[in-house]
Design a protein around this ligand. Structure first.
Ligand SMILES: Cc1cc2nc3c(=O)[nH]c(=O)nc-3n(C[C@H](O)[C@H](O)[C@H](O)COP(=O)(O)OP(=O)(O)OC[C@H]3O[C@@H](n4cnc5c(N)ncnc54)[C@H](O)[C@@H]3O)c2cc1C
Length: 385
């Protein structure tokens, strides 16, 4: 089915990204998977390529585009090649809206040039050992010191993508006590310099997929954070999260649609090549039917996600619609990739085959950025239930 979201600039950008992946990523990605992250200088290469701050203003070294379609191109090219750019997506797709919308001019001048060049890599720390889906329950605290110039931050975070290598971390913390009458009140976002005393990285968690991006436990023990490093207003953190999680969920939906499309291509190629009982696997009626079903699902999810992207570019993607896109795209990707893996037989289970990596990498898309169950609660609320 024809797609209408890409123009000639996007296609030229696609060619550049494809070439970059072929030269700089594919030959070494297995080494990144072994060590659990790309080398630090890879992020500077992304900066040089101009992909870290596509939507950041040109005065700060960004690309000045107001078009999330470029990010979709990167997701599609990574899925096609079966690679990831480490923690790039959190940095570029999740963090930038926070900096653009809530940072002061002075903060933007301090942070965004390094953000765009890759000199300052960012992560975001919401999840804690005791709370993930229920963000209002965050227990990490930040209290003002006596002269009111610094917050003193104490607590622990877990599952933080890029947390082990980040230079700055947006830490969601409690700046006033939990209020059962207003569960969303009292959260703020501090931008923590990871060279600060009292900050430490704990375990790097071993995952079943996404092995080229680090996922870390973090600890904050009386970390002093200048008040001038608070993002936006004190106590407004939950509202900021609600607003920006829509782009995070769209990012995940886009990635899921891209991996489903890539899985279909892998299965088409593999089943044409592989002979069983003296004939290509693709010639069995079951294979044709399964791939036909997958093709219909891929087209449906692609059109849905493209529409969500168009709405997002126009500033009109609502929080419930972002939840619908994430729920549908990630469920569809899970189904399609599973069917495509099955058609590979035993080779589908071997990680040197891209379909096996897609299967493992995509599973988490139904969990992070808000689980499928949380997406359903958002959608149900929108239905008035
Ligand atoms: C690889 C990876 C990377 C991540 N990166 C980051 C990151 O960079 N920053 C960050 O802050 N976090 C990150 N996370 C954390 C992620 O966002 C959380 O794991 C996720 O939000 C779920 O929280 P939880 O793990 O605490 O699960 P829980 O909240 O404990 O949920 C357990 C189960 O209960 C279900 N459940 C919860 N609430 C309800 C409800 N109301 N109704 C019905 N069922 C419910 C859930 O859907 C789930 O099935 C990452 C996680 C992973 C695995």
């Amino acid at each position: 089915m024809q797609r209408t979201v890409f123009n000639t600039d996007h296609e030229a950008f696609r060619a550049t990204v494809r070439d970059f992946i072929a030269k700089e990523v594919e030959p070494v990605h297995h080494e990144w998977e072994k060590q659990g992250h790309p080398p630090r200088e890879f992020y500077n290469k992304l900066g040089e390529l101009g992909v870290l701050g596509i939507e950041a203003p040109e005065e700060f070294g960004g690309g000045g585009a107001s078009d999330f379609t470029y990010s979709m191109v990167i997701s599609e090219e990574c899925a096609r090649a079966g690679v990831t750019f480490g923690s790039y997506s959190v940095h570029a797709n999740l963090i930038l809206p926070y900096l653009m919308e809530y940072a002061t001019d002075e903060q933007k001048q301090r942070w965004i040039p390094g953000f765009c060049s890759g000199d300052l890599m960012f992560a975001i720390a919401m999840t804690e050992p005791g709370t993930g889906s229920d963000l209002a329950n965050i227990a990490t605290t930040a209290r003002l010191d006596d002269d009111g110039s610094h917050y003193v931050l104490d607590g622990a975070k877990t599952f933080i993508t890029g947390g082990a290598l980040a230079d700055r971390i947006l830490v969601v913390c409690r700046t006033s006590p939990f209020d059962p009458a207003d569960r969303r009140a009292g959260l703020s976002i501090l931008v923590v310099d990871t060279t600060s005393e009292g900050f430490s990285v704990g375990r790097r968690l071993e995952k079943i997929g996404l092995k080229a991006s680090d996922t870390a436990e973090l600890s904050f023990s009386s970390v002093r954070v200048p008040v001038t490093d608070r993002l936006g207003d004190e106590g407004a953190g939950f509202t900021y999260l609600t607003h920006n999680l829509a782009q995070e969920r769209l990012t995940i939906a886009i990635g899921a649609a891209a991996t489903a499309a890539a899985a279909l291509q892998h299965a088409l190629a593999y089943t044409r090549e592989r002979d069983v009982f003296g004939r290509p696997v693709a010639s069995f009626q079951n294979t044709k039917f399964v791939l036909a079903e997958c093709s219909a699902e891929v087209e449906a999810v692609q059109q849905f996600v493209d529409r969500a992207l168009t709405l997002h570019n126009a500033g009109e993607l609502s929080v419930p619609d972002a939840a619908r896109a994430k729920l549908f795209a990630t469920d569809t990707a899970g189904r399609v990739i599973d069917k495509c893996l099955q058609l590979h037989g035993g080779y589908g289970y071997i990680t040197e085959f891209p379909i096996a990596r897609l299967y493992a990498d995509t599973r988490v898309s139904r969990i992070y950025g808000g689980t499928s169950e949380v997406m359903k609660t958002i959608i149900a609320k929108d239905l008035g239930l």
